[in-house]
Design a protein around this ligand. Structure first.
Ligand code: BEZ
Ligand code: FE
Length: 294
């Protein structure tokens, strides 16, 4: 090893050691651990790729653009976390160790917390375009007991791949919440979801383009299910045969969340919502893990 290299690594190590020491007196032990680990990994990353000053500037410009495009409706930093797989890694780290529970996936940026309540069998589409799709199943525990009164929030994009909040007219459609019935049963009308691109007109989209990756997500329906004494479940169902199942831009697909869709043309639709020329049907049970503090 040459003297020059030894001196360079000494200088690099001295910077890292000094920064690590600057966090030694952090009163909160968790924050101290997090900051020490962050500095160690961040510095190791810069060393490994031999970060140039112009690359450092590019990264700062990227983060600055992400900040500028972020507002109450657009969260470019979550999108960045999503396309880097950090969101799904966090889901995996925190997933309940409860065999048989429905698996979780990314939350995404399109949930709103004041969606309307709909009755069992009601319609969450509320004007969203697309083929009517009846979704039903049971909410139950991992030991098989039905969970009555679970709150089931559902949201989805329309057949053009847009959520209501992406339209400029302030509409509310393709979302709602319902309570499971006495036997844990749930059912509602929606529209058959379509694949759509994540917002890709900002820095995250530029990153995807520069790395020859696509912005598409396979068609899915979002669920958030909560019930007393159970861990909240945030998940989606995906449709079998979707062309993007193997290349979800945010890595959210899990095999157990992929469902078959039954297409009907002559069968009368349940719950008197028809007659429809054609409608789709999905069944999917939602199995909740017990909460940690039960
Ligand atoms: C979504 O499924 O709504 C979503 C998830 C991650 C990024 C963008 C959209
Ligand atoms: Fe989505």
């Amino acid at each position: 090893m040459s003297d020059v290299h030894v001196r360079t690594t000494d200088r690099e190590d001295a910077v890292t050691a000094e920064v690590l020491a600057s966090f030694d007196a952090t009163p909160d032990p968790r924050l101290r651990t997090v900051m020490h680990s962050l500095v160690r990994h961040l510095h190791a990353f810069a060393r490994e790729i031999r970060l140039t000053e112009s690359e450092w500037e590019t990264a700062i410009e990227f983060l600055t653009r992400a900040g500028h495009i972020t507002d109450s409706k657009r969260q470019e930093f979550i999108l960045l976390s999503d396309v880097l797989g950090l969101s799904m890694l966090t889901v995996a780290i925190n997933e309940a160790a409860a065999p048989g529970a429905t698996e979780s996936t990314v939350f995404g940026p399109f949930f709103v917390d004041d969606a309307p309540e709909i009755p069992l069998g009601g319609d969450i589409a509320r004007g969203a375009s697309g083929m009517p799709c009846h979704v039903s199943g049971q909410v139950r525990s991992v030991t098989g007991e039905p969970i009555a009164g679970a709150r089931i929030e559902v949201w989805e994009a329309d057949e053009d791949g847009f959520y209501d909040v992406q339209y400029p007219d302030g509409r509310s459609a393709g979302r709602g919440w319902l309570s499971s019935g006495i036997d844990g049963e749930y059912r509602f009308w929606s529209v058959l979801p379509a694949p759509y691109p994540i917002p890709h007109d900002g820095p995250v989209g530029d990153l995807l383009t520069a790395t020859a990756r696509g912005p598409m997500r396979p068609a899915h329906l979002h669920f958030m299910v909560t019930a007393p004494n159970f861990r909240p479940l945030i998940t989606h169902i995906f449709l079998a045969d979707d062309p993007y199942l193997d290349c979800d831009a945010v890595f959210g697909v899990k095999d157990s969340l992929v469902v078959e869709v039954t297409h009907h043309t002559d069968t009368p639709a349940p719950e008197g919502s028809g007659p429809h020329e054609g409608w789709a049907e999905i069944t999917f049970d939602l199995v909740l893990a017990p909460s940690d503090d039960r």
